[in-house]
Design a protein around this ligand. Structure first.
Ligand code: SF4
Ligand code: ZN
Length: 310
């Protein structure tokens, strides 16, 4: 198979764009897609300080690599979930990446007590592991971005992630979540970092290929807690559709974004605008919340009570 852009040998076919690319052209394509995402959605500029949420997986490491190569000032934050070998190996990958590129990586533990991981903490507060994890990671990433004066927090969500999430929200008609699904969430108030998803134009397959051709060593294993997640089912369903009809995944998600943009031009305040209007600082930690105490502080208070009892 030949590259469609140069005389080189193609390493990846991309049916949704009816093309096939060699290693250098694939890298160029991936960089162009990220630049396009950043420019189109006004995500950030080269003067901004960016904090990348790093998991040690392909998406976050590829994102960090691309931002740095494109001339953005990007540092990383790894949150250690304390999930046995998975966390040990993913942390190693994140640290090795940072060291080899002389990049700044912050590391934090997800739980206040290092003898327990996210699973044990979730059991303690009797909440599902992923919900507990999501609450803690959102808090720690936002807190670090704000405390360390970063302008933007970047996550490695890709086209597959966003299309699967959209499918879940549509299947269950979760209007509130639909309104909040955007590749950019502005810094709505003091204490809230602007959040961006510069990989929303690239698929998992393209990002994995980018990692291979750019020698990015990432943890291939998914988080063990993801097994059986509904998001994986939606991803599989979308892959079946994509195979039969290339381009469906992007037209599903990008079409949705076009609709959102049209809506944003109308005067109607969105649910997320209304939500932001109700935010104020948490009485415990000062982070933005719509309640008196934020969900992270409630979770930590619950964990302390249960630890004292047990
Ligand atoms: Fe956290 Fe793993 Fe669940 Fe993802 S799958 S939310 S990383 S526990
Ligand atoms: Zn709080």
């Amino acid at each position: 198979m030949k590259c469609r852009k140069c005389p080189g040998k193609a390493v990846l076919s991309i049916p949704r764009h009816n093309t096939a690319l060699c290693s250098p052209c694939l890298t160029e394509y991936a960089h162009a897609q990220v630049e396009r995402a950043i420019g189109r959605e006004k995500m950030c500029t080269k003067e901004d300080k960016i904090l990348v949420a790093v998991s040690g997986g392909k998406d976050s490491l590829a994102l960090w690599d691309m931002l740095r190569k494109l001339g953005y000032q990007a540092d990383g934050l790894y949150v250690d979930l304390g999930i046995g070998q998975y966390s040990i190996r993913s942390r190693e990958k994140a640290e090795a990446f940072a060291e080899s590129r002389n990049a700044t990586l912050f590391t934090q533990d997800a739980t206040p007590d290092e003898s327990i991981g996210i699973r044990e903490l979730a059991d303690l507060v009797r909440r599902p592991t992923c919900a507990t994890c999501g609450c803690i990671k959102r808090y720690q990433f936002n807190r670090t971005a704000v405390d360390q004066d970063y302008d933007v927090l970047a996550t490695g969500h890709n086209l597959d992630d966003e299309a699967a999430r959209l499918m879940g929200n549509v299947l269950h008609w979760q209007q509130e979540f639909l309104e909040k699904q955007s590749p950019v969430l502005p810094a709505s108030m003091e204490g809230f970092a602007k959040k961006i998803k510069p990989l929303y134009r690239l698929t998992e397959r393209e990002i994995a290929a980018y990692c291979v051709v750019n020698s990015i060593d990432y943890i291939v294993q998914d988080c063990p807690m993801a097994t059986g997640s509904r998001l994986l089912v939606y991803k599989e369903a979308l892959n079946v559709i994509e195979q039969a009809s290339p381009g469906s995944k992007q037209s599903f998600y990008w079409g949705f974004l076009d609709q959102q943009r049209k809506k944003a031009k109308s005067d109607q305040p969105s649910i997320s605008d209304q939500d932001r209007a109700t935010l104020h600082p948490c009485e415990e930690c000062g982070q933005p919340t719509s309640a008196t105490i934020c969900s992270y502080c409630k979770l930590m208070a619950k964990a302390k009570i249960h630890q004292k009892v047990s």
